[in-house]
Design a protein around this ligand. Sequence first.
Ligand code: AMP
Length: 293
Amino acid sequence: MKETKEIAELREIINEARSEGKTIGFVPTMGYLHKGHTSLIEKAKNDCSKVILSIFVNPIQFGEHEDYEKYPKDFNRDKILAEAAGADYIFVPSAGEMYKEGFKASVKVRELDSVMCGSFRPGHFEGVCTVVAKLFNITLPHRSYFGLKDYQQYLIIKKMVEDLNFPLRVIGCPIIREDDGVAMSSRNKYLSKNERKNAAILVECLNQAANLIKDGFTNLEDIRNTLYEKLSGNPFVSKVDYFDFRDSETLENISSIDKHDFKSPGSNLLIACAVRIGGTRLIDNMIFDTNSF
Ligand code: AMP
């Protein structure tokens, strides 16, 4: 596995691979890898002849009081995991390599970026789109792999690729979970033992919502209120940012299933939440197949 910090060097490697007719799979990450990340690398390796992994903690997607400075890092461990999963190249640029003095550009996907996480993290998705657009232009992938754990991010990147005609396919990959159902996340490292135990409340509430819907409840506002109360009542939950029912393609809010028209192709019910456990913000979601009701 080759490693580089420089855009110019990576470009040369990619030009050579492309001129040999190789298909390039790209997995962007912020590092501190876990099985969620390695599942994306494995999928990319399965589909493509060369896999590029990027590790870059992108300063412009973090708010002022967020965890940019303390974001967990362990590059030596990441290299071992990445190579074992099948990565051929790791791109690890510095912030200075990605954002030269006087950097001015930005990429925004309107509307989809202003609900759910977007309303609690202003500017976050603009930072994500800008860095991902840059990384696509640097790595020139045929396919890029994103986890459905960050569902809103996946949807926004897919829209950016479609609207701006990036010549690549965005592939969404399933959420990888711990044994108790908690979605794997680099940020789980921040949790104390008791907080980690209580973090299972997110997936419990998602499952409970899905079960109520399966049982025939159609008033999602009522379900939302019940679960909002359950979440806020947990002593380890310091804040519930949202517990939402949304159309999985438009992110339109859905208050009652029988009244919502899932009309766009691929439209399903997205159940998603963002909750703070102590000082750590966790997100999780589930797609509920609307063909099943
Ligand atoms: P991050 O390093 O957190 O920016 O994540 C990099 C990529 O890994 C994103 O596409 C995430 O959605 C994906 N990812 C993170 N956690 C998981 C998980 N538990 N399951 C699947 N994909 C994940």
